[in-house]
Design a protein around this ligand. Sequence first.
Ligand SMILES: [Zn+2]
Length: 323
Amino acid sequence: MINLKKTKLKLKKSIWIGLIIVIFICIALFAGLNIYQNIKYKQTNEYKLLQLGYTNEEIQLFTELLTEEEITSLTEANKDDFFVAVLQDQYFIKANLDRYMTYHDQNENRSAREVVSITNTNSDYPRYDYNIETDTSKDYLLLVNKYYYLNEDYVPSDLVNISNQYYYGENHQIRRIVYDAFIDMWNEAYNAGIYLIINSSYRTYQEQQSVYDSYKNTYGTTYADSIAARPGYSEHQTGLSIDIFSTEYTTTSNFKGSPAHEWLVNNAYKYGFIQRYEENTEEVTGFAEEAWHWRYVGIEVATYLHEHDITFDEYYAYFIANE
Ligand SMILES: [Zn+2]
């Protein structure tokens, strides 16, 4: 009887010991696993980026826009706020990333916005030194500037004559779609007491050549480049651009800020026109401000450009070029 009691007690004791050992092993396993996971996590890019000071939001952006290799290289340097700002820019183009960073290295005082603008429009290359024959299938959204050119033979297929009513002189032409929009706009301006007058419209390659050459022969290339586009690089060859003045303000020096100009600034987009070379955009467009030079891009794009602070060159790079 006593022996049986002793055996029972012994059994109870060893169950308890067994249980304690099992619990101990479980705790050890759990702790070990935790330590292992912790070591593993510390090797991840996410951990390293957080340690460098990047936010979760920024890390999320990296995983959306960058390759694993590119993210890894970020973990090997200090936090780069400029790099983040470039990625966050509304008009960031992945294919230009290396060029953004190269331009930034050479121009450290530039903001991310400026670097994206300049690079997207190829303005990080010298003008006329990075030439792309423009894609005329973009129709009235085609781009012509000091990088994108039209070849010598390009003539728009739907040129129409402009009535003398709208023009100083005669035998001047413009694309049909532009003429129709211009007449609508002209009527609306006329109702507002403004008499718009076209002073220059479609120009052939050869006409542009003679304009450019006459400046070049008299004043040299640098001066010629500052006031006229080289042949093939003038928007006037597209048949989409017109130089507009009014009966009261007829010169390039007095048109800016005139009632007609103010009216165009506030209303031309409704008819699909934009002032192509605005104040402070020369770095991107390649042209100093021209209050009189209006380009047809259609109502949708003109409205976008009216509401956003970018040039057509930037719009083209982001929305049109790779469509
Ligand atoms: Zn012009």
